[in-house]
Design a protein around this ligand. Structure first.
Ligand SMILES: N=CN[C@@H](CCC(=O)O)C(=O)O
Ligand SMILES: [Zn+2]
Length: 435
């Protein structure tokens, strides 16, 4: 007889998000998510197998019938509660030293992001501190941040380097990310972002050559030797940082190494990043506050996912990305927290809330964007982002006392530990609300 590590039973609702193996929800399909509803007489169960995968989903009766004499190590009674997929944060900068509280005050007083950056602050400030920090110091603060993310329901997170801008520090950051990938109860997609800013003392042309001819070959060597696993290539394609042609060359070089293209584009100025990324078949492009209509059409055609970051527009008081146009045009839109020393937010429930209010997304769109579509932005929608048989059992059990259940996670602005009862990673409980 088979035994199983976990059964969640008696749930009122299972929000699958997608139920038929869809790898993303595009355009208007984002507003139709798959939800299994229990009734007053019949509740729902989810069974996890020893590989940490979802073995079965159904009504309590169906699961009992399909698995007679069921033996499980742990049963969670989810009476009146709801199960949703673990959240996927598609864009973060979580490895750094030196916060930037002082710059928040400058920005509140009217300084723009680029004014702070050009005055040697912003990314440069963080680079100075990160270069000086030891790998151990970076790992310690990174672990704390990951724990916070887990508590707010994130089970897969994209993590960028990019506060080194030189070979040694970029590799130090990637090693820190690599350590957490093996030591920590969260799935990680690792991104090399050595072209996050032009390092002091170099021109953007020199920095481009350094990334293409020195840093990327070294990273490739380390990947071949099994010392690093890197998934994505990123660049900050922006006026005064890396121009569109330099960005194209960097992304192309990364793609030739097998990395997925996933970069910052069309954020502060329209640079035709979206058009360029679509030509390279980018898996995803982030920000897009200044995307053009042609850029939207090109990304729809190339199936590139648009990762929007409501915290950026919020904190920098930017025009938000034209998400309604993007969705109505047929794009798959995903969400990320953009956690970094500029936008200090690790909570995807809050990001979904901001996406609804600031970006005018509906709650189903926001949930799709923070699950299946953000998994698609990382090329991981085969195993993440929905509750379907055979996918990782990365789940959140939500406890809301009223009739409307999953929406509480988005409706509530902060204090999400009241709503999040359990966070489950590969079938193991990694966070349980203290009662
Ligand atoms: N725009 C570029 N990168 C980050 C900000 C990084 C920083 O300011 O430290 C972003 O995505 O918002
Ligand atoms: Zn970013």
């Amino acid at each position: 007889m088979d035994t199983y590590p976990l059964l969640i039973h008696s749930a009122r609702q299972i929000v699958q998000v997608v139920a038929n193996g869809e790898r993303a929800l595009r355009g208007r399909d984002m507003s139709t998510i798959a939800v299994m509803e229990g009734s007053d007489t019949e509740y729902l169960s989810l069974l996890v197998n020893r590989k940490g995968l979802i073995e079965d989903i159904g009504t309590d009766t169906e699961i009992k019938m399909r698995h007679p004499d069921l033996k499980v190590d742990r049963r969670i009674d989810a009476s009146g509660q709801c199960i949703i997929p673990g959240l996927v944060d598609a864009h973060t900068h979580p490895v750094w030293a030196g916060d930037r509280v002082h710059e928040f005050a400058m920005k509140l007083a009217g300084a723009t992001y680029m004014e702070v950056h050009k005055a040697g602050g912003g990314i440069h400030f963080t680079v100075d501190h990160t270069r000086r920090a030891s790998e151990e110091e970076l790992y310690c603060s990174f672990k704390k941040r990951l724990s916070t993310m887990i508590k707010t329901g994130t089970t897969l997170v994209e993590c960028k380097s990019g506060y080194g801008l030189d070979m040694n520090t970029e590799i130090k950051m990637l090693k820190v990310i690599e350590r957490a990938r093996t030591d920590f109860h969260i799935d990680i997609s690792s991104t090399y972002c050595g072209a996050h800013a032009v390092p002091k003392g170099k021109t953007s042309a020199e920095a481009t050559e350094d990334v293409i001819n020195a840093q990327l070959p070294k990273i490739k060597e380390m990947m071949n030797d099994g010392e690093l696993m890197v998934d994505n290539i990123d660049v900050f394609c922006e006026q005064g940082v890396f121009d569109t042609e330099q960005s194209r060359r960097i992304l192309q070089a990364g793609k030739e190494m097998g990395l997925l293209i996933n970069f910052h584009g069309d954020e502060l100025h329209p640079t035709r990043s979206a058009e360029m990324g679509a030509e390279l078949s980018a898996t995803a492009i982030s920000h897009l506050e200044e995307i053009s209509d042609d850029g939207i059409a090109a990304m729809v055609k190339s199936d590139s996912v648009g990762v929007v970051l409501p915290t950026t527009a919020y904190i920098l008081r930017l025009n938000p990305p034209p998400v309604r146009k993007m969705i109505d045009g047929g794009m798959a839109v995903a969400l990320g927290s953009d956690f970094n020393p500029n936008a200090y937010c690790m909570s995807m429930p809050l990001v979904m809330h901001l996406a609804c209010v600031i970006l005018k997304m509906s709650m189903p769109e926001a949930l799709a964007a923070a699950t299946i579509n953000s998994a698609a932005a990382l090329g991981k929608a085969d195993m993440h982002g929905s509750i379907e048989r055979g996918k990782y059992a990365n789940l959140i059990v939500i406890n809301a006392t009223r009739q409307v259940l999953w929406e509480h996670l988005i409706y509530q602005m902060g204090c999400h530990d009241e709503v999040i009862h359990y966070v489950i990673h590969h079938g193991s409980v990694v966070h349980e609300r203290s009662s």
